[in-house]
Write a protein that binds this ligand. Structure first.
Ligand code: OAD
Length: 259
């Protein structure tokens, strides 16, 4: 492999191929090539033209539940139309190649599952799941809800239904966070892909892994808040770097088996 990226891929592949336990930690950048907007990219990021406090907080939902509902229905429709990109597919291949892989995502889409990853921990919830904002009862979305100007109401307590995503100021799902924490402490290699690394506690995970001795590999076309933690950096989009990395891991493992 030629060039700076080729050298970094060869180095990263060697580390990944020799690891028994691997954590993959993804953010919005991994779904960007599937047509799903990131949050903080300067021109296209959702938070560059929408106010997170208005659309992703309890206060915003209380002030205008219809606005919040319509925004999430619009985003859900985009996710449902999207398909996994070569980066997602490479990560599903990597799960099949590696003895133990835990995929931790901040994304609320289901593109990792649709690509074939079996074990995905969602730290920020799921955009396709819903529950009552009052009594927490799960709600099954109805076809009419997509175009409804206001959220549906809970059958039990009549409070509004909301998407099961984590809003600003809310706590993360406890079980997923605990499992993610343990996996970060125990892994040999921690792969950080497509995240700006500025939202906590999720962004703490690469630091935990590093403190416990893991090799940290970053894939991101831009410098992120986590770049300094990385031992190896692949400065390229996930859809380009991941298929090359996973192909190289596969060929190293085949070589090791025949040696
Ligand atoms: P951000 O939008 O903050 O960051 C996206 C990152 O992806 C940036 O570092 C980009 O450089 C990178 N990127 C862009 N295109 C890429 C590509 N093709 N391949 C690889 N990387 C690419 O998104 P997150 O870090 O995921 O929280 O944001 C974290 C959280 O902030 C989200 O989960 C969301 C948001 O508020 C909640 O919803 C609770």
């Amino acid at each position: 492999m030629n060039g700076e990226l080729g050298k970094s891929i060869a180095l990263a592949a060697e580390v990944v191929a020799s690891a028994c336990s691997l954590v993959v930690f993804t953010g919005a950048g991994v779904s960007a090539e599937s047509g799903i907007d990131t949050f903080r990219d300067a021109q296209t990021g959702l938070w560059s033209h929408f106010d997170p406090q208005q659309l992703a907080s309890q206060a915003g939902f209380a002030a205008d539940p219809g606005l919040v509902w319509r925004w999430y229905m619009h985003r859900l429709a985009r996710v449902e139309q999207a398909t996994p990109n070569p980066g997602h597919q490479a990560l599903a291949d990597l799960e099949r190649l590696t003895p133990s892989l835990t995929l931790i995502t901040q994304n609320v889409d289901d593109l990792h599952e649709r690509a074939g990853n079996q074990r995905v921990l969602h730290l920020h919830g799921h955009i396709g799941r819903f529950h009552c904002n009052g009594c927490q009862t799960p709600y099954a979305l109805q076809p009419d809800d997509y175009a409804s100007p206001t959220p549906p109401q809970c059958m039990l307590c009549l409070d509004y239904v909301r998407p099961s995503v984590v809003w600003f100021g809310e706590i993360l799902p406890e079980q997923a966070l605990n499992q993610a924490w343990r996996a970060a402490e125990q892994c040999e290699v921690f792969l950080v892909i497509g995240t700006s690394g500025v939202v906590y506690p999720a962004a703490q995970l690469p630091l935990i892994a590093k403190r416990h001795g893991a090799h940290v590999i970053e894939i991101n076309p831009e410098i992120s808040a986590l770049s300094d933690v990385a031992d190896v950096t692949l400065r390229a989009p996930g859809g380009e770097a991941l298929p090359r990395l996973v192909a190289e891991v596969g060929s190293q493992l085949r070589k090791d088996r025949t040696a």
